[in-house]
Design a binder for this molecule. Structure first.
Ligand code: PMP
Length: 414
């Protein structure tokens, strides 16, 4: 099987598997217990917390272990229950749905045709802005440090942030920051600050590009273990010291009273090892060189060999391992199924939305075109993807697409 769906999940690294097995075999106790097996487990969890904190340049006390990206995102939105939340139009459903459920008012910040937040006006009384660092479907990487700076430094009025490195020269983020009215809002637990807070879902960015919470200037950051070679079902939430917080899950004092439930020692150790290896190996450098080169080669071949292809991924400020394209007149699901028959795994939309007949909301937010959204296919490469695997993909992909296009009712030359 040629696996080209690493953005959906990445198998646990050998070192991660071994570290987790060691925890299981050592018969460690519950880290909340005062006896020796409990205290040994507690030490392991503390080490993992250090490793995770180091990866994102946070303090260990600012890290809360959760069951993954979905829970971390839900937790942040729950902190701002009843408040005014603004999110980008291309958030993962775990942000979009929980913001919808908890927000007093919800504002959607539009994105341009490459998936960048742009010309976005944040209402004056906003309490929380949530913009993902990198998108899971198309791979656009936001200028989050710039956006945060604008938000944090602004006090009323419209502010324009330009970024010369962006693809389109007139691309900018226009943000109306909160005015003094903001002081009227009731303070969520644990703060006396009067501020607009920023959350980012860095689940897809982590390990693929450098992620530093201080450089970004965010108050909350989410990520998940299984995208960086850790186990599924564990993740982390960074909460900047002093930022508002209240637990989503109640019923125990674990995680310093911030997330109840018996500590999942083995998974947390697995996350710690994956985070440690990511830091030590500077994994993002391998992505930026080897993986990016392979991905760009695949993109060029697809554009050359297949007619009526539309590129959905940006060509700069992008994740190095994601390529999202739409084949006109060919349903993404059909392409995926034919590729599966040829033992090649790719994805359409996000895995979480798979099984739904709705077009991908992310591609819809970018292109506003159901045809393009239905035709979208995501190839996501891993550190061990080889050129030979991509060559095998290219032996079958053009034929599959052309066969589907030949029976399509869409006028491809229109
Ligand atoms: N956010 C993003 C951007 C994701 O890609 C995912 C996983 N598809 C999640 C959140 C959810 O993470 P988890 O699977 O750990 O719940």
């Amino acid at each position: 099987m040629i696996y080209l769906d690493f953005a959906a999940t990445t198998p646990p690294l050998q070192e991660v598997q071994e570290a987790m097995l060691e925890v299981y075999r050592a018969e460690l106790g519950n880290p909340s217990s005062l006896h020796t097996p409990g205290q040994l487990a507690k030490q392991k969890v503390a080490q993992a917390r250090d490793q995770v904190a180091q990866l994102i340049n946070a303090d260990p006390e600012e890290i809360i272990f959760t069951s993954g990206g979905t829970e971390s995102n839900n937790t942040v939105m729950h902190v701002f229950q009843g408040k005014n939340i603004a999110i980008s139009a291309i958030e993962h459903p775990s942000v979009a749905a929980s913001a919808q459920a908890y927000a007093g008012t919800l504002t959607q910040l539009p994105v341009d045709q490459w998936g960048f937040v742009r010309h976005a006006e944040i209402p004056a009384n906003t309490d929380l802005v949530s913009i993902m660092l990198a998108n899971n479907e198309v791979g656009s990487v936001q200028d989050l440090a710039g956006i945060c700076k604008t938000i944090k430094s602004g006090r009323g009025g419209a502010i324009v942030v330009g970024d010369a490195n962006r693809e389109s020269p007139d691309q900018f983020v226009k943000i109306t920051t909160p005015t003094v009215e903001n002081s009227q809002r009731s303070v969520v637990e644990n703060t006396t600050e009067n501020t607009l807070y920023v959350h980012t879902d860095a689940t897809q960015a982590i390990g693929k590009i450098p992620v530093d919470v201080k450089a970004l200037g965010v108050d909350y950051l989410t990520f998940s273990a299984h995208k960086i070679g850790g186990p599924v079902g564990v993740g982390a939430l960074f909460v900047r010291r002093g930022a508002p917080y209240c637990p989503l899950i109640l019923g125990g004092h674990q995680e310093n009273g911030r997330r109840a439930g018996t500590t999942n020692t083995a998974s947390i150790v697995g996350l710690g090892v994956a985070a440690g290896l990511t830091t030590t190996n500077k994994t993002w450098q391998s992505y930026d060189t080897r993986v990016r080169t392979l991905r760009d080669w695949l993109k060029a071949q697809i554009m050359q060999q297949i007619p009526h292809v539309r590129l959905n991924s940006p060509t700069t400020n992008d994740l190095p391992h994601i390529l999202n394209v739409s084949f006109a007149g060919a349903e993404g699901e059909a392409v995926q199924l034919y590729l599966d028959l040829a033992d090649i795994a790719v994805s359409t939309g996000s895995a979480c939305a798979a099984g739904s007949l709705e077009p991908s909301p992310v591609i819809m937010a970018i292109h506003h075109d159901a045809e393009v959204a239905h035709g979208s296919v995501r190839f996501s490469l891993g550190l061990n993807t080889t050129r030979a695997e991509l060559e095998q993909l290219l032996q079958v992909l053009p034929g599959i697409v052309q066969r589907l296009q030949s029976i399509s009712t869409v006028n491809l030359d229109a």
